[in-house]
Each structure stands twice: as C-alpha cells, then as structure tokens.
Design a binder for this molecule. Structure first.
Ligand SMILES: [Zn+2]
Length: 430
C-alpha cells in the first residue's frame, strides 16, 4: 500500500544520487578533505545560503528566524493546522564528515521533493538549525535552544577563543542579537511534531544488520568550565613543598573524572586544557579545562554535577590552589515521542525495513525540541567505519540512505494528515 503510493523522484536523477551530490557540495564548502563549518562561521552561513537556494528550487517558502535557523515550508491544504517539521543542522565540528547534521536537512528536503504534487493537510517544513555542535562557543544546540527559549542568561555574551561573542558573530551575519527574545518564538508557530533524521554515529545498527533505527531516548548533557588558580613561580628555585601548581591540581582532577566515569557506567570527557603561562620553566599559575558529562537520567546528571564540584575542590585543596567551577550548559535527558516513533517503525515495516530501537549517546536538536514539548521522533541511519563520527571518514551507505528517505517520506506524509494527534489539539489552537 505504502510502496505503491511512492512516486518516482521528480527529476531523472535518482534520489540517493541527488542527496549524495548535495552532501558533497556542502562538504566542499569547508576545507576538503574535511567538512569544516563551525557554528555561526562564514562556512555555515554559505551552507545555509546554498540549502535555501535548493529550498527555493523545490518551491518551498523560505524563512530565516532571529538566530538564523532556516525554514523551507511546503504549504498544506489547511493553514489552520500546526506544521510537521523535519530537519537537523548544517554546522560541523572542525575536520568533520559528510553526514552529521547535513544528511538530516538534505534528506528532509529530498522527502519533500518525493512527495511531489501530493497534497497534505498540514504544511511540512524543512528546518536547518544553527550551531548544533557548539564547538566555537562551547554551547551546543544554540539555534534550537534560542528558538525554544532555552538560552541561559548572558549566553549571547559568551566568547570564542578570539574573544568574539555570540552576539558579535550574529551581528556580522546581519542578525539583531539585542532583539532576540529570551523566551524564544516557538509558540508563534509551534509544530505538531518534529522528525530528525541523523547518522547514528555509533556501531549499533551495523552490528544488528539494520539500515535504520528509531531513537527512544537522548542522553542529558552537562558542560562545565573548571579553573585552577595557583602561583606562577620559577621552576628551578621554588622548592616542591612551596608550590601552588595549578596544572598538577588539574591533572589530579582529570584523573578523578576519568575514574568516576569508568566506575559509574557513564561518560565524562576533558577534551582541552589551557595552561598559563604555558612555558617549560615556570610553574603553572592557571589551568582551565572543559568537562563534558552525559547521563541518561536527571538524577545521574545532578550527581555528576556535585561530583565535579567536590573533585575540583579536593584536587585544588591538595595542592594549595583555588578552584572555580562554572556550569555553561545543562540539557536534560529526554524520552522521544512514542507516537511519532511508532509511525516511523510502522512505515518501515510496510517497506520491509526492520526499524530497530536504540538510544542516543550524543545530544541533538531533537532533544531540545522534545524538551520544549514538541512531540519528536528521531530516525537513525546506520554508520559504517565502526560508527566513526566527528571525523572526515564518517561513512554510511546508499542502501541505508535510500531506506531512511523512503521511510521518512511516507512517515512525513502520514504525520501531515489531519487525523493525526487529534488528542493533542494544543498546538492547533495557538
Ligand atoms: Zn549532528
């Protein structure tokens, strides 16, 4: 039934070929052989312009919101009904791969193209969020959190390594950061549901011999900055007993973090370390590092927060230095919407795909939308290369891309049917 309702792609180019060509075009906007489109950078901006042009070519109504998120709307027959959203992000980590983020946006656009002239009750809107990776400013999901009113106070004033603030970067892109509403603007056009398609970034689906899966839950995320402040003194003339060595305290702290995560079945990472003055013959006066921690429930996240505080103060105390801990981000773990996921699973089964369920150890824009009350589902596309991600060798295959777009297309059409979610009439009445 579902198979026979799938039309051929509009152009003579096969859908997977077009998707791969578009991913390649985005990839080449960075610094090949790497994808390199940091959030709020020129490369990300160019990617948004390119995708906006493809949206216009597809006949979509293009809009950009106050933080720069891109929307391409395919109107439905009933403008009074809440829209169905589909999409992901276009930014990457430095030296990233082809698929993380970009695949979800391009697949959403491809699904809309495949719907061709078939009408839906609800509009289907392809979304590209800004700065999901949070590499440059240390704050992930910036675009989707701004939309959902989840920016922390003063967040737009946080700076990158060159002292450029989020507000200044937005200003350079022609946005008006001072006019960004702290409470977000989701309620102005709250979708009835959101589907994010994303490469798995792990080995689970390939290990099970499946091409696609649905994500039941997304882990919560903590980002902290920890600083140790001691005394910069002469490496030759300061006796060991008289030192206040910030770097040694930081090293003890990192060892505690690692031991805690290994013992507790969670993951915690210190991926950077800045030392001042950072010369061989001076005792370190200051050491700063970020801590990335993840947990599957709110209680675990809170325990990890207190652990970081205690570990920092113990490590500092042992070496006679001071510690300060600042939390820059807390994203709660979320359970995704069973209704939307059930649709993805059912559609997959109709197409002969055994859609597996798994959880996501990486954060996603889907988690932000879900935490803001949007019924959200997530479709994972199998990774190859052992699940390697945030790396130029990130890989999937044509079969998995093809299956995922087939499932996505039919699921979007079904979700955009008026009969869905009559029990959840809230968004329609806004
Ligand atoms: Zn991603």
């Amino acid at each position: 039934m579902a198979l026979s309702s799938s039309p051929p792609a509009r152009s003579s180019i096969g859908p997977t070929t077009r998707v791969l060509e578009r991913l390649e075009a985005l990839f080449s906007l960075g610094h090949p052989p790497h994808a390199h489109r940091l959030g709020l950078s020129e490369e990300e901006e160019r990617a948004h312009h390119l995708v906006a042009s493809w949206m216009r070519d597809a006949g979509l109504e293009v809009e950009v919101d106050p933080i720069g998120n891109l929307f391409g709307r395919r109107p439905g027959t009933r403008s009074d009904l809440a829209e169905v959203w589909v999409g992901s992000h276009l930014d990457t980590v430095p030296a990233g791969g082809r698929f993380d983020g970009a695949l979800g946006v391009i697949a959403g656009l491809e699904a809309v193209l495949r719907l061709d002239h078939r009408t839906t009750d609800r509009a289907i809107t392809v979304v590209a969020f800004r700065d999901e990776e949070g590499v440059r400013f240390g704050r992930s999901c910036l675009g989707s959190r701004a939309l959902c009113g989840q920016l922390e106070p003063g967040e737009l004033e946080s700076a990158d390594g060159n002292g450029v603030t989020v507000a200044a970067a937005l200003d350079r892109q022609g946005r008006r950061p001072d006019e960004i509403p702290a409470s977000g603007w989701l309620a102005r056009n709250q979708p009835c549901c959101f589907v994010e398609l994303h490469i798995e970034q792990g080995p689970v689906l390939a290990g099970r011999g499946a091409t696609v899966g649905v994500v039941e839950s997304i882990v919560g995320l903590l980002e902290h900055r920890v600083s140790f402040t001691g005394r910069s003194t002469h490496a030759g003339t300061t006796p060991m007993a008289d030192r206040a060595d910030a770097l040694v305290a930081a090293a003890a702290f990192i060892a505690r973090i690692d031991a805690k995560a290994r013992a507790g079945g969670t993951v915690m990472t210190v991926g950077d370390l800045q030392v001042e003055p950072g010369v061989p013959n001076v005792v370190a006066g200051r050491a700063q590092l970020p801590v990335d921690s993840r947990g599957t429930d709110a209680k675990t996240l809170s325990e990890l927060e207190s652990f970081i505080e205690t570990a920092a103060s113990d490590s500092a105390g042992e070496r006679g230095v001071r510690a300060s801990v600042t939390r820059s981000l807390r994203v709660e773990p979320v359970v995704l919407d069973a209704g939307v996921n059930d649709t993805l699973v059912a559609v997959g089964a109709e197409h002969g795909d055994d859609v597996q369920s798994l959880s996501s150890g990486a954060g996603h824009d889907a988690g932000v939308l879900a935490s803001a009350g949007v019924p959200t589902g997530m479709l994972f596309v199998r990774s190859l290369a052992g699940g390697l991600s945030h790396h130029p060798d990130e890989e999937t295959d044509d079969e998995a891309i093809g299956d995922s777009i087939t499932v996505l297309t039919t699921a979007l059409e079904r979700l955009a049917h008026d009969g869905r979610r009559t029990a959840n009439a809230g968004p329609d009445q806004r």
